[in-house]
Design a protein. Structure first.
Length: 244
């Protein structure tokens, strides 16, 4: 990887450059605490959004699910990891996040299956748990396929664009990668999760897909200034960023 003061040998995430005037992309190692904090936030956001997504939400004519306000944050965190640490680390973060999400889903299944108190309170509590956490395994399957595909595409495009522009054009690569990743993610997720939250007709399904894609992409676009500030702060304080 290049140092902050001059060029050096590109790291493993460096892709072919478009011209000799573009400096090689820089990436940090994962030895500092920052990556662990980002990964923890990413996993928590995804697990909570999976629970929220089991509830269908109707806000006027808008059809969405209860995780709508959380899920875009997972993509924003993915953008930060991809930009600072590169595609290989981002791919590991995606797989680790989903492993934790699957573990959470299995834990819900065990909790629901355990015998409860044989009284009125125990019966009502069991019904509440089944209603709140029962659909989550199907939602996790939808998220697993959708987020794995969408976030991988998002990360790959962002890193490829960084290889062409170096440290410049951060906003362009954040916005360009988000659109493609969110479309793939939303289409796959909605196709699997729609029946779980009670969507059965085609018109409502199209509403669900379009609203989900537009909303999540718009949130990411609106938060690009914040994402850029976070990325800039981490790059400045990450000791290994750009180190030879």
């Amino acid at each position: 990887m290049p140092s902050a003061s001059g060029p050096s040998t590109p790291g493993p995430d460096a892709l072919p450059l478009s011209g000799p005037s573009v400096s090689a992309p820089r990436f940090a190692s994962i030895g500092s605490p920052y990556f662990g904090i980002l990964l923890a936030f990413m996993a928590v956001v995804l697990i909570l959004s999976n629970i929220g997504a089991s509830k269908g939400v109707a806000i006027g004519p808008i059809i969405t699910d209860g995780g709508f306000f959380l899920f875009p944050l997972a993509y924003i965190l993915g953008d930060v990891i991809s930009e600072v640490y590169g595609f290989r680390v981002a791919r590991k973060a995606i797989l680790c996040t989903f492993a934790l999400s699957v573990f959470a889903s299995l834990s819900y299944w065990v909790i629901i299956a355990l015998p409860g108190f044989d009284d009125e309170f125990g019966t009502s509590k069991q019904a509440a748990l089944e209603g709140a956490l029962g659909p989550v395994p199907q939602i996790v399957l939808a998220s697993l396929l959708a987020f794995l595909a969408g976030q991988t595409i998002n990360s790959w495009i962002l890193v490829k664009m960084k290889a062409r522009s170096g440290e410049k054009s951060l906003w362009a690569r954040l916005m360009g990668s988000s659109g493609a990743g969110e479309f793939v993610d939303t289409l796959i997720f909605c196709s699997i999760a729609a029946s779980v939250i009670g969507i059965t007709d085609f018109g409502t399904f199209v509403n669900y897909v379009v609203v989900g894609f537009v909303y999540k992409t718009l949130v990411e676009f609106l938060l690009v200034p914040v994402t850029s500030l976070v990325i800039g702060w981490i790059k400045k304080h990450e000791p290994s960023y750009g180190a030879a």
